[in-house]
Ligand binder design. Structure first.
Ligand code: ADP
Ligand code: MG
Length: 394
């Protein structure tokens, strides 16, 4: 995979259009809950400024309706945080598609929510050409959106005079390729989170590649169901039991069993006040919800991680947002942190868990991508990366 990167390009005095992924979680009042993605975008912006470029940055935020944006869709809170982090003003430009604004060399502006533009999502060619006309250099630094073919991630890359990967994009490609192409064995994947349906393809593709596959969270419940366990009122997808069984068969055919929970933490509700009980997996009652793996199970998973050469992690093992159900995820996070294995993690909630347990520094690479991270691991060619590859000219 070859793409031009930012450092290969002369930026002095150039109009540089950076597509970043500044799509951060916000609370009801619009306050930024976690600014990881903004921070991750800073190095590219700073580099362009230092090189004396006229810098324009844009991103999507949430899922606005194209052509009908509301104040909640505005990047205003992002502009404010960017300005704090860069230590300089970051004016927000509305209605920017047809130009009509100026940027000085060594200055940066933020262009309002790119998904407000009609045609963005369906990668409209006319819109992409307009974006391209704004710049001399297009920089894609939005790894988190690389799996979507939109006008600002794919279309513009065709028409801009130069198209290259930003520093974050380049780092993501390099770290993920390393884990996939020549992984140190055994390669262990942990896939947790809420639902099998959202992760079925990744589960199947990992089942073809990895030496051990660990499932957790709501996903494990569907696997338990497939093996005939009673799971009470737990979150599960009975219609996917067949798929879960197929994944276990794939691993078994290669001599590896998918280790399922032997003990679990249950409660009758998902809340901060829920009373948690630890029970063997065969003693889950009809009104119980399985909300975490038990300590025996976690210890078994941690042992597998301790002997791994490479660990890929996406998805928490339980409802880690509440302390009663955080134990399994916490133990796993710590095992990954202490393991000698090259460790790679990604996913919005996975990153939140990693932060909650304070192990960011001990994980070799934390991807900013959720869906993009998963699709990359599936071995899919991400459209935004393919668009940059198509412009590679040595
Ligand atoms: P990521 O964002 O890292 O890809 P997901 O979005 O797939 O992860 O899943 C995270 C969510 O799964 C969390 O909000 C967590 O509370 C939930 N979850 C984990 N285990 C369970 C469970 N046993 N029952 C219900 N929800 C669960
Ligand atoms: Mg999530």
């Amino acid at each position: 995979m070859r793409v031009k990167t930012l450092k290969d390009v002369d930026l002095r005095g150039k109009r540089v259009f950076i597509r970043a992924d500044l799509n951060v979680p916000q609370d009801e009042t619009g306050r930024i809950v976690d600014d990881t993605r903004i921070r991750a975008s800073i190095p590219t912006i700073e580099y362009c400024l230092q090189q004396g470029a006229e810098v324009m940055v844009t991103s999507h935020l949430g899922r606005p309706k194209e052509g009908a944006c509301t104040p909640e869709d505005s990047l205003a809170p992002i502009a404010e945080r960017l300005s704090e982090l860069l230590g300089r003003p970051v004016p927000l430009i509305e209605h920017w598609v047809d130009g009509g604004f100026t940027v000085q060399p060594g200055e940066v502006v933020l262009l309002e929510n790119v998904r407000c533009n009609v045609g963005e999502k369906k990668n409209d060619e006319e819109l992409a050409r307009k974006y391209a006309a704004l710049c001399d250099v297009y920089v894609n630094d939005a790894f988190g959106t690389a799996h979507r073919a939109e006008a600002s991630t794919v279309g513009i890359a065709r028409f801009a005079p130069v198209a290259c990967a930003g520093l974050l994009m380049a780092a993501e490609i390099e770290a993920l390729s390393r884990a996939l192409e020549h992984p140190k064995r055994p390669l262990v994947a942990i896939v947790g989170g809420a639902k099998v349906s959202t992760k079925l393809t990744i589960l199947k593709s990992l089942a073809e590649k990895v030496d051990q596959l660990i499932v957790g969270g709501g996903i494990a419940n569907t696997f338990l169901l497939a093996t005939g366990k009673r799971i009470g009122k737990s979150l599960a997808e009975p219609e996917l039991v067949v798929e879960a069984q197929a994944i276990m068969d794939m691993m078994a055919a290669r001599g590896s069993e998918v280790p399922l929970p032997v003990d679990v933490v249950v409660a009758d509700e998902v809340s901060a006040f829920a009373r948690a009980n630890r029970v063997p997996v065969d003693e889950v009652g009809p009104n119980d919800r399985i909300l975490d793996v038990g300590p025996k199970t976690a210890a078994r998973y941690c042992d597998i991680v301790a002997h791994a050469g490479t660990v890929v992690w996406n998805g928490p093992l339980g409802v880690f947002e509440y302390d009663q159900f955080a134990g399994g995820t916490k133990m796993l996070a710590s095992a990954i942190a202490h393991s000698e294995a090259y460790s790679l993690a990604g996913g919005g909630d996975t990153i939140a868990a990693i932060k909650k347990f304070g192990v960011e520094k001990d994980i070799d690479y934390i991807s900013t991508g959720g869906g993009a991270f998963l699709e990359f691991l599936e071995g899919k060619k991400l459209p935004a990366i393919a668009a940059l590859e198509a412009r590679y000219d040595g």
